[in-house]
Write a protein that binds this ligand. Structure first.
Ligand code: GDP
Ligand code: IMO
Ligand code: MG
Length: 423
């Protein structure tokens, strides 16, 4: 039995796509457990560069069956656009299985995501505007429409009617927007139902049976620990549960199955959208990381904010997810800097702390305490084993391991599948 959760240890975009693509060939199922097409995962292999949003990042491999679990939210229009784009690359998604319990993102969710952000003004979160928050809000309010509702036209029509009535009142009376045409949505989603039908499956049972039969399953997290709705930097978070615990609720698997949790962490930190970021660099070093690391969003094209690695947050991610291993990505991006820094602690309101402050206001005021290490200038991309790395790069990796308290099993030295050192 082997059940591995792969989780972003920071604010997303850690290189989860690359890590899944690297680890997936030996697994039987790869299942996404939360989030929707707000995710943007890059897979770079055999000369092909793919930007994935809903399709699991294992799609280039023949063995694992790709699945979308109960905790995922699905915008069928976006899903089919992605499947068609992959087909144009010769990549077949016909084996994709989708939980009937997953919720559907509807046109009114996308409309609301935009107007709510505008309404928040200076307090806006900088969402991806894919309708993710409003979809999860309806799920929690128990008025959401699920994938399985597409299989029963009457039920679907009833639920849609209730929602369109309410959403149109909100859109027109509160936000001064044009109401949406319920009939048009019904026709559009009836067409989606035809295409989605063959993919709908009892994914929870399939995963359970696979694990019981001794097969290997990878639970693919989107976003990252600090974007978790319960444990992240609320309210500057997404609306789902990216932390490893979400893998159980988001797929219907009991916690005793999970035997490994791999955290993905960049050798520095990035964040997209608003919210606190203690180690953010607004200087030429930040520009260097952004330029060398090509830090632009896969989903929205937005420039990512960049800063030093934060070991306080790494320890928090290690605790919250009970990380067993770490995949440290983008070590190559630090090449060329005279010195590199790691935040080892914060000073919050005059008090030094080595743990993530439970109080939001304290975190907003956290001043990082840095440790400075000597840099290196060599190109790392051809390094195949740990010993090939320059001594200062080895020292950096070992220090991250010590400060985070989690063994670093893989090190990324370039975006390609093979640009990875395994220890
Ligand atoms: P995800 O959302 O966690 O899957 O990450 P993204 O794909 O949004 O962003 C990570 C970016 O870093 C992508 O452009 C990857 O191709 C790239 N990447 C991943 N690992 C490495 C690495 O070790 N070195 C370099 N230079 N790029 C990497
Ligand atoms: P991957 O899977 C980085 C951020 C948004 C915004 C906040 C809420 O590629 O790591 P949402 O649209 O989810 O309601 O936006 O979360 N965000 C991400 N940041 N990587 C992602 O996904 C993200 N998905 C959402 O920028 O700050
Ligand atoms: Mg991403």
């Amino acid at each position: 039995m082997s059940a591995t959760v792969l989780v972003g240890a920071q604010w997303g975009d850690e290189g989860k796509g690359k890590a899944i693509d690297r680890i997936a060939p030996d697994t039987d199922i790869v299942i996404r457990y939360q989030g929707g097409n707000n995710a943007g995962h890059t897979v770079f292999a055999d000369g092909v560069k793919l930007g994935l949003h809903l399709i699991p990042s294992s799609i280039l491999h023949a063995r694992p069956v790709p699945m979308l679990g109960d905790g995922v939210v699905i915008d069928p229009e976006a899903l089919f656009a992605e499947i068609d784009a992959l087909a144009a690359h010769g990549i077949d998604c016909s084996r994709l299985k989708i939980s009937g319990n997953a919720h559907l993102t509807m046109p009114y969710h996308r409309a609301l995501d935009g107007v709510i952000e505008r309404h928040l003004g200076r307090a806006q979160l900088g969402t991806t505007k894919k309708g993710i928050g409003p979809t999860y809000a309806d799920k929690a309010a128990r008025i959401g429409i699920r994938v399985q509702d597409l299989l029963d036209v009457k039920i679907f029509e009833q639920k849609l009617e209730i929602n369109v009535r309410e959403k149109n009142a909100v859109l027109s009376k509160i936000y001064n927007r044009m109401p949406l045409d319920g009939k048009q949505i019904l026709a559009q989603y009836a067409a989606f139902a035809e295409r989605l039908g063959p993919h709908i499956a009892d994914t929870g049972r399939l995963v359970h049976d696979a694990l019981t039969a001794g097969q290997a399953v990878l639970f693919e997290g989107a976003q990252g620990t600090l974007l978790d709705i319960d444990h992240g930097t609320y309210p500057f978070v997404t609306s789902s549960s990216p932390a490893a615990g979400g893998a159980c609720t988001g797929t219907g698997i009991g916690p005793r199955f999970i035997d490994r949790v791999v955290g993905i962490c960049k050798a520095y930190t990035t964040r997209v959208g608003a919210g606190p970021f203690p180690t953010e660099l607004l200087d030429e070093v930040g520009d260097h990381l952004g330029a060398v690391g090509a830090e632009f969003g896969v989903t929205t094209g937005r420039k990512r904010r960049c800063g030093w690695l934060d070991a306080v947050l790494l320890r928090y991610a290690a605790r919250l997810n009970s990380l067993s291993d770490l995949f440290l990505t983008k070590l190559d991006v630090l090449s060329g800097l005279e010195t590199v820094r790691i935040a080892t602690a914060y000073v919050c309101d005059g008090q030094r702390t080595e743990v993530f402050p439970a109080n939001q206001t304290l975190f907003h005021h956290a001043e990082p305490v840095y440790e400075e290490l000597p840099g290196w200038s060599d190109d790392l991309s051809s390094a195949k084993k740990f010993g090939d790395l320059p001594a200062n790069a080895q020292r950096f990796v070992e220090r991250v391991e010590e400060l985070g308290g989690v063994p670093i099993r893989w090190i990324g030295v370039g975006p390609g599948r093979d640009e990875t050192i395994e220890r």
